[in-house]
Ligand binder design. Structure first.
Ligand code: ZN
Ligand code: ZN
Length: 319
């Protein structure tokens, strides 16, 4: 199984500002310190190996969209944030090389940042495509149709040519979809959200975004520890710091890096991918939080290590 991140930003898509690009160039030239390079390849080597991530790259700004690849010939994707557009184009390239034109989409919930990529999902115009959309909410079709009503968007839902199928999943029940055993859990978020656990060939990936954890509710915490148990990768909303999450942003429906590490430790998960980054954070800030989270994990570790990754648009995790 391979996990591919097409959109990792929370709440609102973002773009890098010119001032941030300028700061990156200054930092890169400072590191180069007048060095002369013999070729483009030598420059590429310097960029890849000697510059820190926030200098040479960006976490990106597309909203939630994560692909699980390798469980069958069909596509699996979680959420349809603005990252879905890029995924759609890439999947069409793969379909031309023989990949089956069947998409299985799992929705955490229906807030704008998780559905806004759908009107730009080009495979939806192909009559040979089947799109199956799953979720814990029974209002998914309604949300997608409403998004494309004339007052908000020029192309109505009914002009899409793909075959659609909407299914409501029930927490506690197991579904077999596209070579995966799929379970879901109801999460604390405005109008509810759902987390998913996908298992295939002895590997498990948990996708749990837009979920607030109440630290004073041990039963709820245990429910998530059980759901995450022994996962090879937990993708989790780490939008806030713990201080923010328990004080001024309590009940905003999101989680923190500290809670994510604690839950993954208790669940004996192997890797955590920090996800749904706060839109006001620039690359340096996200990198700083990532490094702090790695240090926190080392301090709190009791048994086996949890590898802390920080997702960015275009990031791939082979399992
Ligand atoms: Zn969100
Ligand atoms: Zn939300």
């Amino acid at each position: 199984m391979r996990v591919r991140f097409w959109g990792t930003r929370g709440s609102l898509p973002t773009a890098m500002r010119s001032s941030e690009v300028r700061d990156k160039l200054i930092a890169a030239l400072k590191t180069a310190n007048g060095r002369h390079f013999q070729s483009d390849a030598a420059i590429g080597n310097f960029v890849d190996n000697e510059l820190d991530f926030p200098v040479r790259a960006t976490y990106g700004g597309a909203s939630s969209c994560v692909e699980l690849d390798g469980t069958s010939e069909e596509f699996i994707v979680c959420d349809m944030g603005s990252g879905l557009r890029e995924f759609g184009l890439d999947s069409m390239r793969r379909s031309r090389n023989g990949r089956k034109k069947v998409y299985n989409v799992f929705m955490s919930h229906l807030h704008w940042d998780h559905i806004m990529g759908f009107p730009f999902f080009v495979p939806a115009f192909d009559p040979d495509v089947t799109i199956r959309i799953f979720g814990g909410h029974d209002t998914i079709e309604q949300a997608l149709r409403r998004q494309q009503e004339k007052i908000s968007f020029p192309v109505p839902f009914d002009s899409l040519r793909a075959r659609f199928d909407f299914s409501t999943l029930v927490p506690g029940e197991v579904a077999e979809i596209a070579g995966c055993r799929v379970e879901l859990i109801r999460q604390h978020h405005d109008n509810d959200s759902y987390g998913y656990r996908f298992s295939s060939n002895g590997q498990s990936v948990v996708y749990s975004t837009d979920s607030e954890h109440k630290l004073d509710d041990p039963l709820s915490i245990q429910r998530f520890v059980d759901f995450f148990h022994d996962a090879d990768l937990v993708i989790m909303d780490t939008m806030y710091s713990l201080a923010d999450a328990v004080s001024m942003k309590a009940d905003w429906g999101h989680s923190s890096n500290v809670v994510a590490v604690d839950l993954c430790h208790r669940a004996n998960a192997r890797r955590l991918a920090m996800f749904h980054h706060e839109p006001i954070f620039d690359d340096n800030t996200i990198r700083k939080i990532h490094l702090e989270t790695i240090r926190y994990e080392e301090l709190m570790r009791k048994e086996s290590a949890l590898e802390v990754l920080c997702a960015y648009d275009g990031f791939e995790v082979p399992l």
